[in-house]
Ligand binder design. Structure first.
Ligand code: MG
Length: 169
């Protein structure tokens, strides 16, 4: 019997505009109840970037194709539900998540006090151990839309593995 392991990597990015009167949710954690992302769904850039990274690693249609923002079903959708659907498709293909590496780009509030909560929640949603999830945060040094506090963005990389056991001969 031969065991073959194939590793795949995917990248995803997302950006949403910020506005007063919206909730800022990052990695399914409420960060700011008064100023947050404008979006058809809950505007969670972390989960959206992870979904696109999963899609990339598994060569699935991107988040916009899987969950069209013209579909009323996804209005104010909980992005954790979208993530679980994307994960189910990945699992159907025999792929499983190995690790996730996330960078959040946000000028304020500072995310340092929230990083552990975001990491733990993302790990829970992906059925990973906390040390298989990295949550990094950085400002944009006052430059561009993120730097001016007009937007929040996220970059995510996901590693998947596929284990195949083939009979000898
Ligand atoms: Mg989005």
């Amino acid at each position: 019997m031969t065991k073959t392991t194939i590793h795949r990597v995917g990248i995803g990015t997302d950006l949403h505009r910020l506005a007063d009167g919206r909730r800022l949710i990052l990695g399914h954690v409420l960060i700011d109840p008064d100023r947050g992302a404008i979006g058809h769904s809950d505007g969670d850039v972390v989960l959206h970037a992870i979904i696109d990274a999963l899609a990339g690693a598994a060569a699935l249609p991107d988040i916009g194709e899987m969950f069209p923002d013209t579909d009323p079903a996804y209005r104010d959708a909980d992005s954790a539900v979208l993530l679980s659907r994307a994960l189910a498709v990945v699992a159907e293909r025999g792929l499983r998540v190995v690790n996730v590496d996330v960078t959040i780009h946000l000028e304020r509030p500072k995310l340092m006090p929230h990083k552990v909560a975001i990491r733990d929640e993302v790990a829970r949603l992906l059925a990973l151990a906390p040390d298989e999830v990295s949550i990094k945060a950085k400002t944009n040094e006052g430059v561009d839309a993120v730097g001016r506090g007009e937007a929040v963005a996220c970059t995510a990389v996901v590693g998947l593995r596929w284990d195949a056991v083939e009979p000898a001969g």
